[in-house]
Design a protein around this ligand. Sequence first.
Ligand SMILES: [Fe+2]
Ligand SMILES: [Fe+2]
Length: 269
Amino acid sequence: MDSYGKYDRPVEIAEGVFWVGFRDENTTLFCNPYLIVENDQAVLIDAGSRTDFAVVMMKILQAGIDPGQIVALIYQHYDPDLCGSMPNFIDMCDNTTLRVLSENSNTYFLSYYIHRDKYQVLSSINEHNFEFSFNNRSLRFISTPYAHSQGSFVTYDEKTRTLFTSDLFGSFSSHWDLFLQLEEACYTCNDYGNCPKGKTDCPLPGLIRFHQTVMPCEKALRHAIRKIKELDMDMIAPQHGSILNKKRDIRLVADTLESLNGVGIDAIV
Ligand SMILES: [Fe+2]
Ligand SMILES: [Fe+2]
C-alpha cells in the first residue's frame, strides 16, 4: 500500500456520497468524480477522463452500484477531463431511462462525445427547472456562468448540504489529501506563498494559481463565488484538489477567491 493506499477504495464523504476518483501520481491535476447513491439508484457527477474510466468504474462497483442502477450522468461543463469517459459510461449504464444532464449551452459540445444513435440521452437542466430528483433525493443546480465555461453550473445535494463545484474550488495539488488540511495559522495568514510556519506544503497557493489560470476573469469568478456563498453548505466537493469539509475552511477559501486578483485575462490586459 503506497502513501495514498487509504484512498484505493471509494470513500463515503457524506451519507450516500462516494468519492470514486484516484490520486494520479503523474500529474498535479487529477479528477474527483462523485457518486450519489439513494437506495437502489445512483447518479454520477463529472465522471472523468477516458483514461480514468477503468478505475472509476471499478470504484463504482466497489461502492456496491451496478452500472444499470445509474440513472443520470451529470456534467457540469464540457471539458475532456470530466467528459472523456462519457461514451464508455453511456454504453455501460445501458438502461432506457439513463440521462446525461447538463446546461443548455453545454449540450452542443457534449454531443461530440456521444454516438449519434444515442443523442436522446442528452437532457437539459434548464427544461427541468434546474432540479433533478431520484428516489426522492433532490439535487439543485445553480448556474455559475463563465466560471469557467458559458454553461458552467454547480450541483447542491439537499440531503447532505454538499455542493459539487466542478472546477470552482479546484486546485493544482503537489501535496494532496482527500480533505483540505489547514492549520490555525492559515486563517490569519496573509502571505500564502511564504508560510510563517516555514511549511512548504500549503494547499492555498495551488488553489489560488488554479483559479488564476483556469477562470477567465475576476468578474466571472466573483459572481460565481457570491452565488455559492448564499447556500447553506456543510461540504464543498470540487473536481480537482481536496474536499472542503469544514464551514470555516469554506468561508476562508470563498473569501480568498471572491477577492482574488490577476485572474485569467485580468492578469494579461
Ligand atoms: Fe474545466
Ligand atoms: Fe477540470
